[in-house]
Design a protein around this ligand. Sequence first.
Ligand code: ATP
Ligand code: MG
Length: 788
Amino acid sequence: TVIDPVQLLEGMNDPQREAVVHAGSPLLIVAGAGSGKTRVLTHRIAYLLGARHVQPGEILAITFTNKAAGEMRERVESLVGPRARAMWVSTFHSACVRILRRESKLLGFTSSFSIYDSADSQRLMALVCRDLDLDPKQFPPKSFTAKISNLKNELIDEETYADQAANPMEKKLAEAYFLYQRRLREANALDFDDIIMTTVNLLQAFPAVAEHYRRRFRHILVDEYQDTNHAQYMLVRELSGGTSTSPKRTVDGDFVNPAAAQLAEIPPAELCVVGDADQSIYAFRGATIRNILQFEEDYPNATTILLEQNYRSTQTILSAANAVIERNTSRREKKLWTAGEDGEKVVGYVADDEHGEAQFIADEIDRLTDGGQARPGDVAIFYRTNAQSRVFEEVFIRVGLPYKVVGGVRFYERKEVRDVLAYLRVLSNPEDTVPLRRILNVPKRGIGDRAEAMIDALSARERISFAQALQRVDEAYGMAARSANAVRKFNELMAGLRQIVESGAGPAAVLEAVLEETGYLAELQASTDPQDETRVENLQELAAVALEYEKDPGERPDGDGEGTPPIGSLADFLERVALVADSDQIPDDEDGSGVITMMTLHTAKGLEFPVVFLTGMEDGIFPHMRALNQVKELEEERRLAYVGLTRARQRLYLTRSVLRSAWGQPSYNPASRFLEEIPEQLVDWKRKGAQVAPPSRSPLSGGSSDSYGSSQMGASASPKSGWGKSARKVTEREVVSLAVGDRVNHDSFGLGTVVAVSGVGDKAQAKVDFGAAGAKQLLLRYAPVEKL
Ligand code: ATP
Ligand code: MG
């Protein structure tokens, strides 16, 4: 595809165009919501490729979610064609994971290291605290995990922290931090925050590695820069070489490390960051607006471009958003305007209780869709906390409105999904302790806590990993014969499953084998508990996810190449699952009219919808209770309100409820102060004074759904493959029958000759010589082989 630079710049306003063509000095684009920042970033990439003859491989673009990365890649690809693939467009995390996989040996990891998400981290920390004999009431493991996460975001490693820990509490934390990191290393694993911190350390410790990436990435672009934390800030600095602290020199002025001298000679990469200080909403995760406010100081030769024209919303919506954000102090004055029309007034609604609020929204969506003014896919419902989605779900299910919850009790956080994924993770990385301990007795197989503790003791005594100790169960003192037997059987089970993986079976086939061979599925299917039925449906959905992946693994959202596991492999599947962030679950528009999207305000960042409902506009809900008396936190809540208001393109609804049940108790909430900050003339109140009965009456009667409640509410889309409660197998696989001397073709190993056969039916195996790929023992039921 040939890019026409003139065409690329068409329809852009002057500052947008300037930002696209700017060359040389670091570039900061600060602008309000909907002013085209993300669009400028995309067009800038296309312009680099088309007009400035930059190679795609020289570009690194960082976005906030995998979904945003995928969209940007798609947009660039539509502008410049398939060569866009060599570009890295990814989140901070996926970019760092790629770098780390490539360089893992330098750091003492193998390239198949696991990534611990927050639930894994909690579990590991719980084990650590137990081993340190910490009283969970005095030293809650959860607070330790949070504190360590903050430390990592500040690039403070366990040794540095140990030096600065002063009081007894901090000393305990330092101890836990040490042990936690040691356990991670032993498990060949990194947690989410390690990923960034370790990459920064890597670049700082190994000039040759830094040199490699600095020579490679000549253009670095970052979206949503206002939400970068210190570690991410340093990462950008190290990669771009912009204002990097000069390498150490001796008193004579020579470089201490000769490699550092070479590094200093590489001119800095062109850096382009875009952001909006008014949309900084991740201070609680360590993001600091400082990064954007002080960009000019950090990069003294930087150019700043302001965008003020908004292309997203009506003037009315913008005026409302401006009026709210204006109340924040210490911000740069900037006013958004649009050349578009005033549009409809903002609609306000005060409900008696949360069911009334949900009912109003359902009725309003019906009215809009019936009148052809909007389709379900145009509508988004935002709330401050995940728990608020439940009532909307109940009402929507009752009236039959199609919806999707983004985030919340996420699919991948459900117990059964995590259990099965834990099996896959152990199969992919046998040393991975946390998932291994999770599945040890799931489903129940007679390996109790005592037995587990004995294995643990064996591993400590022999200084071997938990996985290795499991193999040497006979040396575990005092273990009951029955438990030892159960462990042996577990080992056999895992060995059998591993053989299936080694047969070259894809993720879906391995998953199927796990569900069956472990008895996990059978146990759920035998149960009469309706909850277990939902669990089966969720596993069915997981199988569909794997099957869909196996059929068409597609491309990685961040591109493939060095550092990534082979596409189609179990490791690749697990990595993609691990990196899925909240907003990745927004469904593709399938039947053309889409479904209503529900999500928290945090998840809504960067997105836009024609119709937006901002719900629960009550002091104590939004702004959040804990922010009410704290100026700084209140300002962050106000920025969150600004994010929410500016997602709307044409219609904006603000709703609140007078009465709301919290922990089963009714509470009366005053109107959100943000509502009162919006000029009255912009709002059309459909209902103002709510008629609420005196507090003595129970308000919680109506509105509950007569179905199983939560079991109906899985975010799971309709099942794609048909295996219900009765069917035992995910798919019927035909087992090829082979004889010695047969020629076969295997999906990953290629052509081979059968040299031995054994077993019958589902247990049939064949030893196949694949020449250069070696001889493999295949379990025929799962191996992707074809007889020639
Ligand atoms: P946010 O701060 O919410 O992330 P943003 O500044 O990144 O917003 P974009 O999402 O890039 O804004 O753009 C908002 C909308 O305006 C998009 O629909 C985009 O296509 C459109 N837009 C931006 N610039 C122009 C333009 N010059 N002409 C027409 N449409 C534009
Ligand atoms: Mg944007």
